[in-house]
Design a protein around this ligand. Structure first.
Ligand code: HH2
Length: 263
Protein backbone atom coordinates (compact mmCIF):
# COMPACT_ATOMS: atom_id res chain seq x y z
CA UNK A 1 0.00 0.00 0.00
CA UNK A 2 1.58 3.28 -1.14
CA UNK A 3 0.85 6.42 0.89
CA UNK A 4 -0.12 9.74 -0.67
CA UNK A 5 -0.82 12.48 1.87
CA UNK A 6 -2.69 15.44 0.39
CA UNK A 7 -1.90 17.52 3.46
CA UNK A 8 0.32 20.45 4.42
CA UNK A 9 1.50 18.87 7.69
CA UNK A 10 2.00 15.10 7.44
CA UNK A 11 5.09 14.10 9.35
CA UNK A 12 7.02 12.61 6.47
CA UNK A 13 5.71 14.12 3.23
CA UNK A 14 3.59 17.06 4.43
CA UNK A 15 3.18 19.79 1.82
CA UNK A 16 4.82 17.83 -0.99
CA UNK A 17 1.58 16.64 -2.59
CA UNK A 18 -0.98 19.22 -1.49
CA UNK A 19 -1.74 20.25 -5.09
CA UNK A 20 -4.08 17.70 -6.67
CA UNK A 21 -1.90 17.31 -9.79
CA UNK A 22 1.16 16.56 -7.68
CA UNK A 23 -0.78 14.06 -5.57
CA UNK A 24 -2.09 12.32 -8.68
CA UNK A 25 1.38 12.20 -10.21
CA UNK A 26 2.76 10.76 -6.97
CA UNK A 27 -0.04 8.14 -6.84
CA UNK A 28 0.69 7.08 -10.42
CA UNK A 29 4.40 6.92 -9.71
CA UNK A 30 3.78 4.68 -6.68
CA UNK A 31 1.57 2.47 -8.86
CA UNK A 32 4.38 2.16 -11.43
CA UNK A 33 6.78 1.30 -8.62
CA UNK A 34 4.57 -1.64 -7.66
CA UNK A 35 1.96 -0.49 -5.15
CA UNK A 36 -1.06 -2.83 -5.16
CA UNK A 37 -3.21 -0.33 -3.21
CA UNK A 38 -2.97 3.46 -2.98
CA UNK A 39 -3.92 5.14 0.31
CA UNK A 40 -4.99 8.77 -0.06
CA UNK A 41 -5.18 10.93 3.07
CA UNK A 42 -6.52 14.49 3.49
CA UNK A 43 -5.81 14.96 7.21
CA UNK A 44 -2.61 14.36 9.12
CA UNK A 45 -2.91 12.14 12.18
CA UNK A 46 0.69 12.48 13.32
CA UNK A 47 1.14 13.19 17.05
CA UNK A 48 0.16 16.82 17.71
CA UNK A 49 -1.75 17.27 14.43
CA UNK A 50 -4.90 19.40 14.45
CA UNK A 51 -8.13 18.03 12.98
CA UNK A 52 -9.60 19.55 9.82
CA UNK A 53 -13.27 19.73 8.79
CA UNK A 54 -14.87 17.11 6.54
CA UNK A 55 -15.29 19.86 3.94
CA UNK A 56 -11.57 20.71 3.96
CA UNK A 57 -10.63 17.05 3.80
CA UNK A 58 -12.94 16.50 0.83
CA UNK A 59 -11.62 19.61 -0.94
CA UNK A 60 -8.18 18.02 -0.76
CA UNK A 61 -8.98 14.44 -1.76
CA UNK A 62 -11.94 14.56 -4.16
CA UNK A 63 -10.04 16.05 -7.12
CA UNK A 64 -7.39 13.37 -6.61
CA UNK A 65 -9.96 10.55 -6.48
CA UNK A 66 -11.68 11.85 -9.61
CA UNK A 67 -8.39 11.77 -11.47
CA UNK A 68 -7.49 8.29 -10.24
CA UNK A 69 -10.82 6.79 -11.32
CA UNK A 70 -10.15 4.07 -13.85
CA UNK A 71 -6.54 3.51 -12.73
CA UNK A 72 -5.86 -0.24 -12.51
CA UNK A 73 -5.36 -0.23 -8.75
CA UNK A 74 -7.69 -0.10 -5.73
CA UNK A 75 -7.77 3.27 -4.02
CA UNK A 76 -8.14 3.50 -0.25
CA UNK A 77 -9.02 6.68 1.64
CA UNK A 78 -7.53 7.33 5.07
CA UNK A 79 -10.35 8.96 7.05
CA UNK A 80 -12.36 8.51 10.24
CA UNK A 81 -15.21 10.83 9.21
CA UNK A 82 -18.40 9.15 7.94
CA UNK A 83 -19.21 12.09 5.62
CA UNK A 84 -15.78 11.76 4.00
CA UNK A 85 -16.17 7.98 3.75
CA UNK A 86 -19.48 8.31 1.88
CA UNK A 87 -18.22 10.95 -0.53
CA UNK A 88 -14.95 9.07 -1.15
CA UNK A 89 -16.79 5.82 -1.94
CA UNK A 90 -19.10 7.71 -4.33
CA UNK A 91 -15.99 9.15 -6.01
CA UNK A 92 -14.53 5.71 -6.71
CA UNK A 93 -12.59 4.67 -3.60
CA UNK A 94 -12.87 0.95 -2.91
CA UNK A 95 -11.39 0.86 0.58
CA UNK A 96 -11.67 2.99 3.72
CA UNK A 97 -8.70 3.08 6.08
CA UNK A 98 -10.04 4.23 9.44
CA UNK A 99 -7.59 4.94 12.29
CA UNK A 100 -10.70 5.06 14.53
CA UNK A 101 -11.86 1.53 13.59
CA UNK A 102 -15.38 2.72 12.60
CA UNK A 103 -16.17 3.97 16.10
CA UNK A 104 -17.46 7.39 14.93
CA UNK A 105 -21.22 7.60 15.00
CA UNK A 106 -22.69 6.29 11.70
CA UNK A 107 -19.31 5.05 10.41
CA UNK A 108 -20.46 1.41 10.58
CA UNK A 109 -23.57 2.35 8.58
CA UNK A 110 -21.53 4.21 5.97
CA UNK A 111 -19.42 1.10 5.35
CA UNK A 112 -22.31 -1.40 5.64
CA UNK A 113 -24.16 0.52 2.91
CA UNK A 114 -21.34 -0.15 0.43
CA UNK A 115 -19.28 -3.16 -0.60
CA UNK A 116 -15.87 -1.57 0.06
CA UNK A 117 -12.99 -3.04 2.02
CA UNK A 118 -12.18 -1.49 5.38
CA UNK A 119 -9.12 -1.26 7.62
CA UNK A 120 -9.82 -1.15 11.37
CA UNK A 121 -6.89 0.34 13.28
CA UNK A 122 -6.21 0.38 17.02
CA UNK A 123 -5.22 3.63 18.68
CA UNK A 124 -5.17 4.92 22.22
CA UNK A 125 -6.30 8.54 22.62
CA UNK A 126 -6.29 11.06 19.77
CA UNK A 127 -3.42 12.65 17.81
CA UNK A 128 -3.25 15.63 20.21
CA UNK A 129 -2.79 13.48 23.29
CA UNK A 130 -1.78 9.99 22.23
CA UNK A 131 1.96 10.10 22.86
CA UNK A 132 1.68 11.35 26.46
CA UNK A 133 3.08 8.31 28.29
CA UNK A 134 0.85 5.52 26.98
CA UNK A 135 0.39 2.59 29.39
CA UNK A 136 -0.73 -0.99 28.80
CA UNK A 137 -0.65 -3.98 31.14
CA UNK A 138 -0.33 -6.28 28.14
CA UNK A 139 -0.16 -4.36 24.88
CA UNK A 140 -0.48 -7.38 22.58
CA UNK A 141 -3.55 -8.81 24.29
CA UNK A 142 -5.23 -5.44 24.73
CA UNK A 143 -4.77 -4.53 21.05
CA UNK A 144 -5.83 -8.01 19.97
CA UNK A 145 -9.00 -7.93 22.13
CA UNK A 146 -9.94 -4.49 20.80
CA UNK A 147 -9.53 -5.53 17.17
CA UNK A 148 -11.43 -8.79 17.71
CA UNK A 149 -14.28 -6.77 19.23
CA UNK A 150 -14.34 -4.33 16.32
CA UNK A 151 -14.38 -7.15 13.75
CA UNK A 152 -17.36 -8.66 15.63
CA UNK A 153 -19.11 -5.24 15.68
CA UNK A 154 -18.60 -4.98 11.93
CA UNK A 155 -20.11 -8.40 11.37
CA UNK A 156 -23.09 -7.50 13.58
CA UNK A 157 -23.59 -4.36 11.45
CA UNK A 158 -23.61 -6.40 8.24
CA UNK A 159 -19.96 -5.93 7.16
CA UNK A 160 -18.62 -9.40 6.43
CA UNK A 161 -15.18 -10.46 7.66
CA UNK A 162 -14.06 -10.91 4.06
CA UNK A 163 -14.12 -7.09 3.70
CA UNK A 164 -12.10 -6.39 6.83
CA UNK A 165 -8.39 -5.78 7.46
CA UNK A 166 -6.94 -5.07 10.94
CA UNK A 167 -3.99 -2.93 12.03
CA UNK A 168 -2.34 -2.59 15.47
CA UNK A 169 -1.70 1.13 14.78
CA UNK A 170 2.03 1.51 15.34
CA UNK A 171 2.80 4.82 17.04
CA UNK A 172 -0.82 5.63 17.84
CA UNK A 173 -0.68 5.82 21.63
CA UNK A 174 2.27 3.43 21.81
CA UNK A 175 5.90 3.92 22.75
CA UNK A 176 8.82 2.24 20.97
CA UNK A 177 8.73 -0.78 23.29
CA UNK A 178 4.99 -1.26 22.67
CA UNK A 179 5.60 -1.03 18.93
CA UNK A 180 8.40 -3.59 19.03
CA UNK A 181 6.37 -5.95 21.18
CA UNK A 182 3.46 -5.73 18.75
CA UNK A 183 5.75 -6.37 15.80
CA UNK A 184 7.38 -9.35 17.48
CA UNK A 185 3.95 -10.79 18.35
CA UNK A 186 2.17 -9.94 15.13
CA UNK A 187 1.19 -13.62 14.92
CA UNK A 188 -1.35 -13.03 17.72
CA UNK A 189 -3.21 -10.65 15.38
CA UNK A 190 -2.73 -12.82 12.30
CA UNK A 191 -4.46 -15.54 14.36
CA UNK A 192 -7.69 -13.53 14.31
CA UNK A 193 -8.12 -14.75 10.74
CA UNK A 194 -8.37 -11.46 8.85
CA UNK A 195 -5.50 -9.83 6.91
CA UNK A 196 -3.17 -7.68 9.01
CA UNK A 197 -1.92 -4.30 7.77
CA UNK A 198 1.26 -2.79 9.22
CA UNK A 199 2.24 0.89 9.03
CA UNK A 200 5.72 1.55 10.41
CA UNK A 201 7.05 3.53 7.47
CA UNK A 202 9.30 6.41 8.56
CA UNK A 203 7.77 6.45 12.05
CA UNK A 204 9.55 7.92 15.06
CA UNK A 205 10.27 4.51 16.62
CA UNK A 206 12.51 3.88 13.60
CA UNK A 207 14.04 7.33 14.09
CA UNK A 208 14.81 6.47 17.70
CA UNK A 209 16.40 3.15 16.79
CA UNK A 210 18.54 4.51 13.94
CA UNK A 211 19.03 8.11 15.05
CA UNK A 212 17.93 9.23 11.60
CA UNK A 213 15.66 12.15 10.66
CA UNK A 214 12.42 11.35 8.87
CA UNK A 215 13.87 11.79 5.36
CA UNK A 216 16.63 9.24 6.12
CA UNK A 217 14.45 6.39 7.33
CA UNK A 218 13.97 4.45 4.11
CA UNK A 219 16.30 1.57 5.02
CA UNK A 220 14.83 1.33 8.51
CA UNK A 221 11.32 1.36 7.01
CA UNK A 222 12.12 -1.36 4.49
CA UNK A 223 13.65 -3.48 7.27
CA UNK A 224 10.53 -3.03 9.39
CA UNK A 225 8.27 -3.93 6.45
CA UNK A 226 10.27 -7.09 5.87
CA UNK A 227 10.02 -8.09 9.54
CA UNK A 228 6.27 -7.46 9.40
CA UNK A 229 5.71 -9.57 6.30
CA UNK A 230 7.85 -12.39 7.74
CA UNK A 231 5.54 -12.33 10.74
CA UNK A 232 2.42 -12.58 8.62
CA UNK A 233 1.44 -9.03 7.61
CA UNK A 234 -0.61 -9.15 4.42
CA UNK A 235 -0.32 -5.43 3.63
CA UNK A 236 2.44 -2.95 4.44
CA UNK A 237 1.56 0.76 4.27
CA UNK A 238 4.70 2.51 3.01
CA UNK A 239 6.05 5.74 1.55
CA UNK A 240 9.02 4.08 -0.22
CA UNK A 241 7.29 1.66 -2.56
CA UNK A 242 10.11 0.78 -4.97
CA UNK A 243 12.57 -0.07 -2.20
CA UNK A 244 10.01 -2.08 -0.23
CA UNK A 245 8.95 -3.97 -3.35
CA UNK A 246 12.55 -5.08 -4.00
CA UNK A 247 13.00 -6.28 -0.42
CA UNK A 248 9.74 -8.21 -0.58
CA UNK A 249 10.81 -9.77 -3.88
CA UNK A 250 13.91 -11.14 -2.19
CA UNK A 251 11.81 -12.55 0.63
CA UNK A 252 9.35 -13.99 -1.89
CA UNK A 253 12.14 -15.66 -3.89
CA UNK A 254 13.64 -17.07 -0.71
CA UNK A 255 10.32 -18.55 0.35
CA UNK A 256 9.53 -19.88 -3.12
CA UNK A 257 12.88 -21.64 -3.16
CA UNK A 258 11.45 -23.75 -0.37
CA UNK A 259 13.65 -22.48 2.42
CA UNK A 260 12.35 -21.30 5.71
CA UNK A 261 13.93 -19.39 8.54
CA UNK A 262 14.28 -22.60 10.50
CA UNK A 263 16.70 -23.94 7.84
N1 HH2 B 1 -0.29 5.70 10.03
C1 HH2 B 1 -0.51 6.95 9.64
C2 HH2 B 1 -1.71 7.30 9.00
N2 HH2 B 1 -2.64 6.39 8.73
N3 HH2 B 1 -3.37 4.15 8.79
C3 HH2 B 1 -3.18 2.87 9.15
N4 HH2 B 1 -4.10 1.94 8.86
N5 HH2 B 1 -2.04 2.49 9.80
C4 HH2 B 1 -1.06 3.36 10.12
O1 HH2 B 1 -0.05 2.95 10.75
C5 HH2 B 1 -1.24 4.74 9.75
C6 HH2 B 1 -2.44 5.10 9.08
C7 HH2 B 1 0.52 7.99 9.91
O2 HH2 B 1 1.40 8.10 8.82
P1 HH2 B 1 1.29 9.17 7.62
O3 HH2 B 1 0.03 9.03 6.86
O4 HH2 B 1 2.51 9.03 6.79
O5 HH2 B 1 1.37 10.58 8.33
P2 HH2 B 1 0.26 11.65 8.73
O6 HH2 B 1 -0.74 11.01 9.62
O7 HH2 B 1 1.07 12.73 9.40
O8 HH2 B 1 -0.39 12.13 7.46
Amino acid sequence: MGVVNVTPDSFSDGGLFLEAELAVARAKELRRQGADILDIGGESTRPGAHPVSAMQELDRILPVLEDLRGLDVPVSVDTYKPAVMRAALAAGASMINDINALQSETALNAIAASDCAVCLMHKRGNPQTMQGNPHYDDVVNEVRAFLARRVAECEAAGISRSRVVIDPGFGFGKNSMHNLELLRNLGALVGLGVPVLVGLSRKSTLGRITNQPVEQRTIASVSAALLAVQRGAAIVRVHDVAQTRDALRVLGAFEEAGFSFDD
